[in-house]
Structures are given as C-alpha cells and as structure tokens.
Design a protein around this ligand. Structure first.
Ligand code: PLP
Length: 277
C-alpha cells in the first residue's frame, strides 16, 4: 500500500496527489522545508521543527505557515503509516503557484507532508570537503530553503569520491557544515561547533547536543577538521555520527571518548523526552 500524503489539508494517495507545475517551489526553489525523525511511529522534537519552519518562512518573507494544520496533517499521515522503528517526515512549504520568473504569485501557499522509512546511517561517516564555499552573508544563509541545488551537487561530488557526506567551509575559510548535517570537532580536548554566524543551519540536533552534552560555539579554520582529535556529524536522521575519514585523513578515534559520551547522553535524553522544548 502506498502511504497517503497530505497536501493543503487533504489526505491523498500519492499517485493521485499533485501540486501545480507553476508552483514556485518547483520553478525557482521558493519554499522552505523540514525533516523530522519518527521513532516507533512518533515524531521527535516536532515543536522545534515547526518553530524552525516558521522562522525559515519568515526569513524568506513568506506568509507564516499554518503550523497547527501541518501538525494535524502529520498526525493524520502517521496514523495510517506503518509503525517503522525509524522514519522521517518531510514537510514542504512553498509560496505556491506563481509566474515564470522570480515574482511571487498570489494564489496561496502550498504545504505538503510526506512520511517514509529511514534506514539507519552507518556507524561512522567518511566525509569529503568540497571546493565550493557556503556564503555566510547570503540572503538564504541558515535558512532551510528548498533551494538545495548547492547541497545536491556537493553530495554527488562527495559520493563520487567515496564520501557519505560533503563538508563546506565558508567565505572566511572557516568550517561550516555538511549538506544535511552540522559538524562538531574535538580540538585540544574541547568540543567545538561552528557559530551560526559562520553560516550553518541552526540544526535542531546541534542545539540539543550543545544543551545536553556541552561544547562551545567557536569558529575554526576548515583545516582544523583534518587535525581534529575527534569529529562528528549531527542531524535529525543521524543523531550523532562519528567521522572516521576526512578526504584521505583517518581521524585518531571514531568514536573517541568525547563523541562516545555525547552519543550516550543524546540517546538517553532523546528517548526520555520526545518533544524537548
Ligand atoms: C544544511 C543542513 N545543515 C544541518 C542540518 C541538520 O539539522 P537538524 O539537526 O535540524 O536535522 C540539516 C538538516 O537536514 C541541513 O539540511
């Protein structure tokens, strides 16, 4: 059975569901999105994700999404989906149908909810540093926008070189983030992650890791990644994933002691509170 999807308030068979070919999300990437983890059929950190959806929409000057309707859509889809041990919810919100250029239309926004099973990530990650910088001063810096062409290209670059994730520096030459993950490194025994001013997305998992496990927000040169004592990725679908290899450099430990402790704390805290505010 195809799991139904939710489109603008309606639960539909995916084969019947449609959005306009004039939708600006499709035409020019004029939209925002969220990926939310499902654990045993229940969403994780939904409040934080819906808050970020609203923030991303505001940063793009889109009307605020109706997060109550979207939350209801998520519940309706989850109620009929298989109870996967691990799954993902994809919420997409766009400016709706519009003209062929960058001007926005006035026919109302589009909101879509899709769920799917999520295969667990490997126990450790090999990452590839890409030659293109994140623009930490760009209008979409830190926005979870549907304009993810940069990320799609970077991930394909990494995969062609055997990597599982691509890592960006920024215009200042500092470490930034992955295509779908934030990054932490251990340097001189300290757990560090790039500041939000460096241009990464304000990851929900990044924030929970800082709150639960400690660590400091501090910018480091991109080269520090190759010299890290330990490093890990954080994301909704990975939680905390140790990094084994950076290009051709094997890190000393994966997971090292600080990463292993963070993984343990994150697993414990996240299992006790499915919607940490
Ligand atoms: C560019 C980018 N950075 C970081 C993350 C991690 O954020 P979160 O922990 O909220 O999933 C994501 C999520 O997919 C992302 O797309």
């Amino acid at each position: 059975m195809n799991v139904p999807v939710w489109v603008n308030g309606e639960l539909l068979d995916p084969a019947q569901a449609s959005v306009s070919v004039f939708d600006h999300g499709l035409m020019v990437g004029d939209g925002v999105f969220e990926t939310i983890k499902i654990v045993d059929g229940v969403s994780f950190a939904l409040t934080r994700h819906l808050d970020r959806l609203t923030l991303s929409a505001q940063r793009m000057d889109l009307p605020d999404p109706d997060v109550e309707a979207i939350a209801d859509g998520i519940l309706r889809v989850l109620a009929v989906a298989p109870k996967w041990a691990l799954g993902r919810i994809r919420v997409t919100y766009t400016s709706g149908p519009g003209p062929l250029g960058s001007d926005r239309g006035d026919q109302g926004t589009t909101a879509v909810v899709i769920v799917d099973e999520q295969k667990p990530f490997p126990a450790s990650a090999n990452v590839t540093v890409v030659p293109w910088p994140r623009n930490e001063r760009g209008a979409l810096s830190g926005v979870k926008s549907t304009s993810y062409g940069d990320n799609a290209k970077a991930l394909a670059y990494a995969k062609a070189r055997g990597g599982g994730e691509a890592i960006f520096g920024n215009l200042a030459g500092n470490l930034c983030e992955g295509t779908g993950s934030n990054i932490f490194i251990v340097r001189d025994g300290r757990l560090l992650t790039p500041t939000l001013e460096a241009g990464p997305l304000a990851g929900v998992t990044r924030a929970l890791t800082l709150e639960w496990c400690g660590g400091d927000e501090e910018d480091v040169p991109l080269s520090a990644l190759y010299e890290a004592e330990e490093a890990f990725l954080t994301s909704t679908t990975r939680d905390i994933q140790p990094i084994r290899l950076v290009d051709d450099t094997v890190l000393p430990a994966y997971p090292g002691p600080i990463t292993a402790k963070a993984m343990e704390i994150f697993a414990d805290r996240s299992s006790k509170n499915l919607d940490p505010r």
